[in-house]
Design a protein around this ligand. Structure first.
Ligand code: AMP
Length: 170
């Protein structure tokens, strides 16, 4: 069986020149490795301390929904523009290779007070910061930020005010 870090491919100059894109999709082609990862992520204090999980469009959904099932915690999605119906909270952010915005449905976060944010990868931290800003602005608690991969050179975690946990450090 391959190890977790061996299932993450690097694509040079994708989607832009100068970016080493880390592709996590190989993990879900190895169910036993995926399962072991989800068990570890679900056992994190960041998840245990949260009432609900917020996962980020789109690869964050893969890991977030599996954690939600394993940990029996509700999952809410943060999505890119034009994807969510209803009244939304929206915030802009910049990332390693561009600008974007994320939205959360207002009604999805009325029931819970504390959230763990889940994504596939931490680069600069702009994406998760955007979601934590939305949560802070409506007086919700963030228990921490959980990633499969962390790009250490970018030092994203230094810019984040919450506990950060990652499982593959590159
Ligand atoms: P950041 O906001 O800079 O921390 O970027 C993290 C988000 O952008 C995650 O949702 C990742 O899926 C994506 N991302 C940024 N840089 C990369 C990269 N080098 N390889 C794969 N995904 C990336």
């Amino acid at each position: 069986m391959k190890r977790l870090h061996e299932l993450i491919d690097t694509y040079k100059d994708f989607p832009k020149k100068g970016i080493d894109f880390k592709d996590v999709l190989g993990i879900i082609q190895e169910p036993l490795v995926f399962k072991e990862l989800i068990l570890k992520m679900s056992a994190s204090e960041i998840i245990e301390n949260a009432e609900a999980i917020i996962s980020i469009d789109a690869r964050g959904f893969i890991f977030g929904s599996a954690i939600s099932l394993q940990a029996s915690k509700p999952m809410i999605v943060a999505r890119k523009p034009g994807k969510l119906p209803g009244e939304l909270y929206k915030e802009n952010y910049s990332l390693e290779y561009g600008e974007n915005s994320l939205s959360i449905q207002k009604k999805a976060i009325t029931k819970f007070n504390s959230y763990a944010i889940v994504d596939d990868l931490l680069a600069t931290g702009g994406t998760v910061n955007c979601i934590s800003k939305i949560l802070r602005s409506v007086n919700k608690e963030v228990t921490g930020l959980l990633f499969v991969v962390e790009l250490m050179q970018l030092e994203g975690r230094l810019k984040l005010d919450y506990p950060v946990e990652s499982f593959v450090k590159i």
